[in-house]
Ligand binder design. Structure first.
Ligand code: TYM
Length: 624
């Protein structure tokens, strides 16, 4: 410290209720306060805070005693300068000043004396609310406030304290008129190191950009089990042979949903292009307009006990469709699929088929908690219900060759025969006649099927559509083909490639996460499209295409106006949402609320309730 500018002795006022106090100091070469050259950007400031916290942690760990002693005020001013009077606040104190010191670390003038004894620091922390490091070339100064609590002594410790005050001469560091922490040089070294690290990081960042480019160039893979690489949805639609939803179709969907008065507006997933592709939607709407009955079909492969936000996307949309169209819905739980693909067998404990059956029940609770209409919804486990679909499964087996299935799903001679048989089981619910009781349908039914799902499930239904005519009467409105409406993938926290995975804890927010977990995951893991420094962010704004917080808000923030505001402000680095921090905070709020209300509804779903939803019964909507 340059003691002309600031005294090494900082006045402090100890709070009486909790014996705590604080002292403050300013750092920065620029203002001639100290020789430390402060960093110029936010990362450098973080390094500085870390170093300071380390120093404080050491002080606490060493359990250094606080020593109190008195000196004549005139001597103290003579020796340490007027600064100890803190701009005159202490001018009117008595002639003797009480000082408290941790030898070599800090020394304070203590104007009131409720705790004028010696003790150990119980607790010491940087008070971030009152400290700041102003970064940037111009300012480069830091104001730091250290809060501490003085421990009270046990009776035996009090007895050991000398009754006379300790003479100032015994405080070694005060003799030098200097207080030096060993971390001072460490801090300096850290900052130099930081400078070097910055340069290295810039070089490394260039490599990462290169790698990212390669990752983007990495072949896009979308199968029913694997989603990899940066997804080009236009290309995908071309490869799969589905069709993008255009304005014309959107208007027709609006007329068939909003136009019927059951929902106030198009679902945000449609408004924002999240459900973006389809097969035969227009033909389905033709049929619906003619009064042909239809039903919805979707599903879940229960591979883990908790579902993540990505899984929720098709279900939230299906719920809206059910309300909007006022139609029945069947939901398939493919516990058989998950066992065939992920199950295990050991000689000691046998296989784990039952495990997947129990996951069906756990996942069913999450699905029921999406608020479907019980009277119009049938939820079934393949293991349980498959017998009713069996005639149709056999028909599909007969119609599809092994070569076709291998071609679509990549099976080969080493795949277990269940895998090869399974696609027919996911295909079967596309035909109303698989539900003789539930949909009151026989082979001669007119009912049309619409399947909302993410686009990874499309291969199953391409196969289904190819052979569909063999399972329906000749004049079925869609030739038996199920219509499909496809969603894009809800991206993982790490960035906008691939899809979220249940097996990577930190790639997803789960429906069982606590508010704290949600906050932590988003703060720590959500990939940011924000710029490196405040200045760059305020000049260029964030890259919204890769920013996960913004992408997630697009899925879950209902209010279009607010989303547009965030898009504008974050994209330009201005206004309330100029920074990643602000956008993440908003996302955390939105998700905490969404997950909490989901959990509240889920908690009410008892085993009995699940059984009711899974009981075979008619869900046909009787229309007058
Ligand atoms: P599963 O359990 O892998 O996924 C359930 C549903 O969630 C969709 N999905 C996603 N949507 C958006 N973003 C994501 N990150 C994301 N991850 C998963 C899936 O596309 C699916 O719609 N075999 C199926 C179960 C099934 C099914 C169906 C699905 C059986 N019949 C009919 C849809 C329609 C499965 O394992 O889904």
């Amino acid at each position: 410290m340059d003691e002309a500018a600031v005294s090494i002795m900082q006045p402090t006022f100890i709070k009486e209720k909790i014996p705590s106090a604080k002292f403050s100091m300013a750092l920065g070469n620029k203002l001639g306060l100290c020789e430390l050259d402060l960093p110029e950007n936010e990362n450098g400031c973080t390094a500085l805070w870390t170093a300071l916290n380390k120093a404080l942690a050491r002080v606490i760990q060493q359990n250094l005693p606080i020593t109190c002693f008195s000196v004549p005020k005139a001597d103290a001013i003579g020796k340490y300068g007027e600064g100890i009077l803190n701009g005159g606040i202490l001018k009117n104190t008595p002639d003797m000043l009480t000082l408290a010191s941790i030898d070599g670390v800090a020394c304070c003038v203590v104007p009131t004396l409720p705790f004028a004894s010696t003790g150990c620091i119980q607790f010491i922390e940087l008070d971030m609310s009152q400290s700041s490091i102003t970064a940037g070339r111009k300012a480069r100064r830091a104001d730091i406030t250290v809060k501490f609590v003085v421990g009270t002594l046990s009776e035996t410790q009090v007895e050991a304290v000398p009754s006379e005050s300790i003479p100032v001469e015994s405080i070694a560091s005060l003799k030098e008129n200097k207080i030096r922490l060993e971390e001072g040089s460490e801090l300096k070294a850290i900052l130099v190191e930081f400078q070097e690290a910055e340069e290295a990081a810039a070089a490394a960042a260039a490599v990462v950009v290169e790698e990212q480019k390669t990752a983007e160039d990495e072949e896009m893979v979308v199968t029913a089990w694997d989603v990899k690489g940066k997804i080009d949805y236009t290309k995908l639609v071309k490869e799969f042979g589905s069709t993008l939803i255009d304005d014309n179709l959107m208007k027709r969907i609006e007329a068939a949903t909003v136009g019927k008065g059951n929902v106030p507006k198009l679902h945000r997933f449609l408004r924002r292009g999240i459900f973006f592709s389809h097969r035969d939607m227009a033909a389905l709407l033709d049929n619906v307009e003619k009064g042909t009955p239809m039903y919805l079909y979707t599903g879940r492969g229960p591979s883990s006990s908790s579902m993540h936000l990505g899984h929720l996307i098709p279900f939230l949309f299906t719920k809206w469709l059910q309300d909007a169209l006022n139609v029945p819905l069947v939901i398939q739980m493919t516990d058989d699929e998950k066992f065939l693909f992920k199950g295990e067998y050991t000689a000691e404990s046998g296989d784990n088929l039952n495990h997947f059956a129990s996951l069906t029940i756990e996942n069913a609770r999450d699905i029921i908690a999406c608020d479907f209409d019980y009277n119009k919804t049938f939820l079934f486990s393949d293991l349980d219900y498959v017998g009713r679909m069996y005639p149709n499964i056999v028909r599909i087996w007969k119609a599809v060759t092994t070569n076709t299935v291998n071609g679509i799903f990549g099976f080969d001679g080493s795949s277990n025969i269940g895998k090869i048989a399974f696609p027919a089981i996911q295909a079967a619910p596309s035909f109303a006649s698989s539900f003789p009781t539930v949909l009151e349908a026989g082979l001669d039914t007119d009912q049309c099927c619409l399947i909302p799902c993410a686009i990874d499930q499309d291969p199953y239904f391409r196969m289904t559509r190819d052979i569909a005519q063999k399972l329906v009467k000749r004049d079925h409105g869609l030739g038996g083909k199920p219509a499909l409406i496809h969603a894009k993938f809800f991206p993982p926290l790490q960035g906008a490639t691939g899809k979220m995975s249940s097996s990577d804890e930190n790639s997803a927010v789960f429906l069982t996460d606590t508010p704290q977990q949600i906050e932590k995951k988003i703060k720590q893991h959500a990939f940011s499209g924000g710029r490196e420094t405040k200045e760059l962010q305020q000049t260029h704004g964030a890259d919204l295409d890769v920013d996960v917080a913004f992408q997630w808000l697009k899925f879950f923030l209902e209010d279009d106006e607010e989303l547009a505001k965030i898009e504008n402000e974050y994209g330009s680095g201005t206004g309330e949402y100029w920074s990643t921090g602000k956008v993440k905070e908003r996302l955390i709020e939105v998700l905490q609320e969404l997950v909490a209300s989901h959990q509240e509804r889920r908690a009410k779903v008892t085993d009995d309730e699940v059984r009711k939803w899974m009981a075979e019964r008619s869900i046909v909507v009787k229309k007058n």
